[in-house]
Design a protein around this ligand. Structure first.
Ligand code: PEP
Ligand code: MG
Length: 959
């Protein structure tokens, strides 16, 4: 999405002619680091093809596809010419929106702009504004586009009553990310409204991110149609309302209500329903045509289309067949660009009245011939799979010897040749004549899949891998899945088609679930499905090379990761995916460096090409030159040697070179991993994130269940201390069965201890379970997100009562109750807290977020949320001083504790314990052995006097 900041805008420019203006655009993009200087030629070539004038006094210069190689990063710069410039097509331009786009992202940028340009008077406002902030606001103003498209339809859903149907519709909106779970709860709690015929309505306005309308119809088997309050249920509208923004949806709802017969809609497929919603009836002539332009309907072909449409005798409307159920005028450039049509998508053209057919044929013909661009026919297979694209429109691989930024998913550095794995292609007949034989084939394939999984589970490295593969094995055993496939075989489907349809239906149903974690299991189902399909089709994944390599894939499924030979796979690079995907979690568990979400262009890299992959920074450098390669190799060799030495000394106690003791403990989210942490040298658990235990259950675990789970960690720790944090949900960690009302700022709302205190009995059960599980063992309990002593006292009071109620022989006696320092107020008030708490543990992730006012998950800003910011360091200093004055200890359990630069500073500030992820323990201990306390103290004092985190980092570089 286009978000512009004031720094992306240059006001008050002057240019004698359009060429000078274009030069300025090229220079501005170059100076912003978005493009190389050569991109300027691309801008000129593009104007030579046709003007980039968009309308409303705005031109949008951008390069040709060939000049994309000079784009370093996608971005936009806005340049204002208050006196105006005459463009080469005679138009007067006051604002240039210069675009640098690596692939088709510019379509989204254009789409967003067209919504802005639709506003009356915008040209004058943009030409005259003297404030970059105001201009940024105007251009990036999010336009709440109401959604009703193929993704919000939920047709023929196997519901048993109207409530299930309504919730399925709501879940569909959540899956499309238009609403959050609060919305689903609202829908589940209400009684549907009868609208006449078989139509029903449910609606809510809480938890709505974007106004949207879902339409759900029940499974069509007439025996199973049901009624509610004496009326038939044929269709449920589920409206996500937002202010006035959902009004256009009500109009579409009205169209359906007045023009359609609900009973006929029971069997309607998505295409038919969308056509009805678009108002196409028996008087409307329509025709479908596929977009063949390599980069979709971007400005130039869109302009041609508009011209052809305007030349016709009757008005023509246009829509995406699977897009929004609303047609737009084909004579409006901004509307046509606003469709965001990409190559391969079908357009539906419609017109009414005399001459409609001729007009449609003319426009359709123009689209088929490429609207002035050279186009090639659409081949389903080739276009779906980039590896077989013809060179003409194949994607350019990321430029050689350049740093490309993507998403860091698992730390570590890899330098190795690439092994590029394209998606497997399954070719199979859909029908078969001998059901008995197909059943037998399927049975054997499932059996073989299960055997493969058992072998993988046996060889699996890491608990997570085995856990996930076991879950896959259970999925294979699912009788409902088999039954669905067998029924389809009985009806004449081949084993392959029957199996895949059963998998796909189940995965689809899973995706509809409100619970994000459960919904993510759909990926696992498909993974299992492909395993059996590979057996049936006799397709084997390509054989990896014998030498070490970096694996490149579009996306990587859990079983792909599990299959990896960690001795040979040095790194993983994927086109899609995010840092929290299952595969990324597994890569971290296996200690394989991984970078994800690098974009489709990486699939154009060649097998055997060399690459430097930095999983810590999320960067890749394809085909590095020899100097860069050599430097990276040296770095890697040093890292490896350091890691090996650190591993050998992992059981030594944590201390600085001169013997100052620092306890090094592990951060855990799963009590089953405590034993592994001990083998990595953990001197205790410094942070047990108990919310993950709660998230793994469908409802709050009872006392006994919790005791069992905590005991697992306590026993593995064998006398080492356990610091358990009480339930910390809310903010970015929702708990499905503990919904929090919709909040504008969840991080500033009901989370952590504030939320826990709204249901203190849940907290009591947890405290009791911890006390009982830790009988005869050291136990530290800490409260998250405490802002001042009042919150602590409320818990302390309850805690003391619990202690008094439990006989000493049945519970832990070596117990401390502390707080996390995550909110600046608690650091500032540390002296008042230190008088009553037993210890502090500083959560630098949140403390940094709240001190610097930067959302820790912000896609662009989070890199600036550096815990080494002097403001954060000062709060740490205050906390430590206050604690030590009262003889209390202080730990740090945020990510900063494992930052090798930060370790000496934290020690120098007086921190007593560092709690880090289990894999980091040997390295943190090694880092401690490298410096003396005094050095740390001097460094800390210097760091405290710096002005910015960059200054602190510079200081560290120079010591
Ligand atoms: C922190 O905020 O630093 C912390 C350790 O807690 P969490 O990351 O779980 O919010
Ligand atoms: Mg926190």
């Amino acid at each position: 999405m286009l978000t512009l900041g004031p720094n992306d805008i240059v006001l008050g420019c002057q240019a004698a002619d359009w060429e000078k203006a274009l030069d300025l655009a090229a220079q501005t993009l170059h100076e912003a680091g978005l493009v190389d200087a050569e991109y300027r030629h691309g801008l000129y070539q593009r104007e030579a093809q046709s003007s980039t004038y968009l309308g409303n006094a705005i031109a949008i210069p951008h390069g040709t596809p060939e000049s994309r190689q000079y784009v370093r990063r996608t971005g936009v710069r806005v340049i204002q010419f208050p006196q105006g410039v005459t463009w080469h097509d005679g138009q007067r331009v006051y604002v240039l929106v210069a675009i640098a786009a690596q692939n088709d992202e510019h379509l989204d940028i254009l789409r967003q702009l067209t919504h802005v340009l639709d506003q009356d008077g915008i040209a004058e406002q943009l030409a005259n504004t003297q404030s970059t902030e105001r201009m940024a606001q105007q251009l990036s103003k999010p336009v709440a586009t109401p959604r009703l498209d193929i993704n919000t339809l939920c047709l023929k859903f196997p519901a048993r009553d109207i409530h299930e149907l309504a919730v399925a519709a709501a879940a569909r909106l959540r899956q499309a990310e238009h609403v959050d779970p609060t919305f689903i709860n609202q829908i589940a709690a209400q009684s549907p409204i009868w609208l006449g015929q078989g139509f029903w309505l449910v609606s809510a306005d809480q938890g709505v991110k974007q106004p949207a309308l879902s339409i759900a119809t029940p499974h069509t088997d007439t025996d199973k149609t049901f009624s509610h309050q004496g009326h038939p249920v044929h269709l449920v509208f589920c409206l996500a309302a937002q202010g006035q923004a959902h009004r256009p949806l009500l109009e579409q709802l009205h169209t359906l209500l007045t023009q359609a017969n609900s009973e006929q809609l029971l069997n309607a497929d998505a295409q038919r329903l969308l056509a009805q919603l678009a108002g196409e009836d028996e008087h409307t002539h329509t025709t479908r045509v596929r977009v063949l332009n390599p980069h979709g309907l971007h400005a130039r072909p869109a302009k041609q289309l508009v011209q052809v449409a305007r030349a016709q005798a009757c008005a023509i409307n246009i829509r995406l067949e699977e897009g929004s159920a609303q047609s737009v005028s084909a004579a409006s450039l901004t509307k046509v660009i606003g469709l965001g049509a990409r190559r391969g998508q079908w357009l539906v053209l419609s017109a009414e009245g005399e001459g409609a057919e001729t007009a449609l044929a003319a426009v359709s013909e123009a689209i088929q011939s490429g609207l002035g661009e050279k186009v090639s026919p659409w081949h389903e297979r080739q276009d779906d799979h980039p590896q077989t694209l013809t060179p003409e429109h194949s994607l350019a691989a990321p430029a050689a010897d350049q740093i490309h930024q993507a998403i860091a998913a698992a730390p570590g550095m890899a330098i190795a040749p690439l092994f590029v794995v394209r998606p497997l292609q399954f070719d199979y007949p859909h029908n078969a004549s001998d059901p008995a034989q197909e059943r037998q084939r399927l049975k054997q394939a499932i059996q073989q899949g299960a055997t493969q999984l058992q072998t993988l589970i046996r060889d699996a490295q890491g608990d997570e891998v085995a856990d996930i593969l076991s879950m896959h094995e259970e999925m294979l055993d699912d009788p409902e899945l088999r039954q669905a496939a067998e029924e389809a075989i009985q009806e004449g489907r081949s084993a392959e088609a029957a199996w895949w349809e059963a998998i796909d239906t189940a995965a689809h149903a899973q995706e509809m679930l409100a619970d994000r974690l459960l919904a993510e299991r759909a990926a696992d189902l498909r993974d299992v499905g492909r395993r059996v399909l590979s057996v049936l089709c006799g397709i084997h994944p390509p054989t990896p090379p014998e030498h070490p390599y970096i694996l490149v894939m579009e996306d990587i499924g859990p079983s792909d990761v599990a299959r990896l030979d960690t001795a040979r796979v040095q790194g993983i690079l994927t086109a899609r995916g995010g840092a929290t995907a299952h595969s990324a979690i597994l890569a971290r568990a296996l200690g394989i460096a991984a970078v994800v979400g690098a974009g489709e262009t990486i699939m154009a890299l060649t097998d055997g090409d060399m690459m430097i992959l930095d999983g810590q920074r999320g960067q890749i450098i394809p085909n590095p030159d020899s100097a860069r390669l050599e430097t990276a190799r040296q770095q890697l060799a040093q890292q490896e040697q350091r890691a090996a030495e650190a591993w050998d000394h992992r059981f030594e106690q944590g201390q600085t070179r001169d013997g100052h003791r620092i306890e090094v403990a592990a951060n855990l989210g799963n009590t089953a991993h405590a034993a592994d942490a001990v083998t990595r040298g953990a001197e205790g658990v410094g942070l047990l994130r108990t919310e993950f235990l709660f998230m793994a259950h469908a409802s709050a675990p009872d006392r006994e269940t919790q005791i069992q789970e905590y005991r697992q960690a306590i026993e593995a720790l064998d006398g080492r201390p356990l610091v358990a944090r009480t339930l910390d949900v809310g903010g970015d960690k929702p708990l499905p069965y503990w919904p929090v009302p919709q909040e504008d700022n969840p991080f500033l709302g009901l989370r952590g201890i504030r939320l826990a205190l709204t249901q203190p009995e849940v907290l009591d059960t947890q405290l009791e379970a911890l006390l009982i599980a830790a009988k005869d063992r050291p136990l530290r309990i800490m409260l998250p997100m405490v802002k001042d002593i009042a919150e602590f006292r409320r818990v302390r009071e309850r805690f003391d009562q619990l202690l008094a109620a439990l006989p000493e022989t049945e519970r832990a006696t070596d117990v401390q109750l502390g707080v996390m320092i995550e909110v600046p107020s608690s650091a500032l008030l540390a002296p008042t807290l230190a008088a009553e708490v037993d210890f502090f543990s500083i959560g630098t992730n949140d403390l940094t977020q709240y001190t610097l006012a930067i959302d820790r998950g912000h896609p662009e800003l989070s890199a600036q949320a550096d815990g080494l910011h002097p403001a954060v360091l000062r709060l740490i200093q205050m906390t430590v001083e206050a604690a030590h004055a009262q003889d209390k200890w202080v730990g740090v359990c945020g990510e900063l504790a494992s930052d090798s630069g930060a370790v000496p500073i934290l020690v120098g500030l007086g921190v007593d314990e560092l709690s880090v992820s289990a894999r980091q323990i040997p390295l943190v201990k090694a880092r401690l052995r490298e410096f003396d306390l005094m050095t740390g103290q001097q460094l800390a004092q210097q760091a405290l006097t710096q002005a910015t985190s960059a200054d602190v980092r510079d200081l560290l570089e120079n010591v």
